[in-house]
Design a protein around this ligand. Structure first.
Ligand code: NAD
Ligand code: TYD
Length: 339
């Protein structure tokens, strides 16, 4: 395993993973294959330009011909699939692109893995496929019960991965990660949205009563966990990756404000997300047995994340223009007016 095609490598977690791999495996080559949707950003990879172990291909994972050409030309032996439409709120506005990329696109990549006899296919999935978990914590054998178009598409992709393992012997692994935070996260997700709004003294729109809970993990820890599964995981198996500790959204919002020295009056409760999953929670015993556990607590992860956004306005300020503002108006305009 030395020549990785990292799909979605220009996005948030994918670009962190590219850096992780190049830093930790000096003999590996990485090809980023990315469509550059609104969430893909070459700024995330700009320090790698000219690196002989890195190449970039702009392409859609649904484009079988270009996927195959890339695998062939770059002598790829491993695909790590991060490419996806990823935002729950956008999946409520227009589910079609989620089904196309997260299900059909995964199938296209699996076909390439089968055709070229790749050493490994790794699917980056999410704790959201379990659906909301009001008590206890999900184990890998729990049934999938997704409730949003995003999580249903991710579950569909996972089922195809499993089917290709069982039916065709594609050596595939799956990880189900909890919510990530850290550098290069597009400012539509709750944590970077709240941080960048707070810096600009704009409202922090908290859905519903703010008591929904998420397990927020530092992105670098997640990347390390994926790397452990790539090297020590067993094909056909699924691994949960998270901290095992959940935080309420309202507490996350308060901590963001505290870290930035901003008043709690910036918090605005707004109309809830339809079908909002109240809680996700992961049991991570299986990956711990492979020697991985999350290194950052939520507080440490949030502090580093806030510091990064404070220090890197060049990266996010230009994103909060154009298409982003249209999306923001559609998602929050009425919600913020209703108050
Ligand atoms: P992101 O939205 O930041 O990035 C997605 C990337 O995929 C972008 O670079 C985009 O251009 C690319 N992409 C989208 N459609 C494509 C297509 N059809 N062909 C090629 N490239 C395409 O996403 P992220 O937050 O970095 O998430 C990465 C993966 O991790 C996703 O599969 C997501 O489901 C999973 N995941 C995310 C989280 C999280 O908290 N963000 C948690 C667990 C799992
Ligand atoms: P988000 O970052 O969209 O991730 P998830 O995929 O887990 O939904 O949202 C994290 C939590 O924050 C989730 O419970 C929804 C909530 N949230 C808000 O309260 N306000 C917001 O503006 C957003 C985007 C999310």
């Amino acid at each position: 395993m030395k020549r990785l095609m990292i799909t979605g490598g220009a996005g948030f977690i994918g670009s962190n993973f590219v850096h992780y791999v190049l830093e930790h495996h000096p003999d590996y080559h990485v090809v980023v294959y990315d469509k550059l949707t609104y969430a893909g950003n070459l700024d995330n990879l700009r320090d790698l330009e000219g690196n002989p172990r890195y190449a970039f291909v702009r392409g859609d994972i649904c484009d079988a011909a270009l996927v195959e050409q890339t695998v062939r030309e770059h002598k790829i032996d491993t695909i790590v699939n991060f490419a996806a439409e990823t935002h729950v709120d956008r999946s409520l506005m227009e589910p079609g692109s989620f089904i196309q990329t997260d299900v059909y696109g995964t199938y296209v990549l699996l076909e390439a893995a089968r055709k070229f006899g790749l050493e490994r296919f790794h699917q980056v999935s999410t704790d959201e496929v379990y659906g909301e978990v009001l008590d206890g914590a999900s184990v890998e054998t729990d049934p999938l019960a997704p409730r949003s178009p995003y999580s249903a598409s991710k579950a569909g992709g996972e089922h195809m991965v499993h089917a290709y393992f069982v039916s065709f012997g594609v050596p595939a692994t799956i990880t189900r990660g909890s919510n990530n935070i850290g550098p290069y996260q597009y400012p539509e997700k709750a944590v970077p949205l709240f941080i960048t709004n707070a810096i600009d003294n704009l409202p922090l729109p908290v859905y519903g009563d703010g008591t929904q809970m998420r397990d927020y993990q530092y992105v670098w820890d997640h990347c390390e966990g994926i790397d452990v599964v790539l090297h020590k995981g067993v094909p056909g198996e699924v691994y949960n990756l998270g901290t095992g500790v959940e935080t309420r959204n309202i507490d996350m919002a308060r901590q963001v404000l505290r870290l930035l020295g901003k008043p709690e009056s910036l918090i605005q409760y707004v109309a809830d997300r339809p079908g909002h999953d109240r809680r996700y929670a992961l049991n991570c015993d299986k990956i711990k047995a492979l020697g991985w556990q999350s290194r950052h607590t939520f507080e440490q992860a949030l502090e580093k994340t806030v510091r990064w956004y404070v220090d890197n306005e060049w990266w996010w300020r230009k994103l909060k223009t154009g298409e982003y503002l249209e999306y923001y108006k559609r998602q929050y305009g009425e919600r913020l007016r209703q108050r």
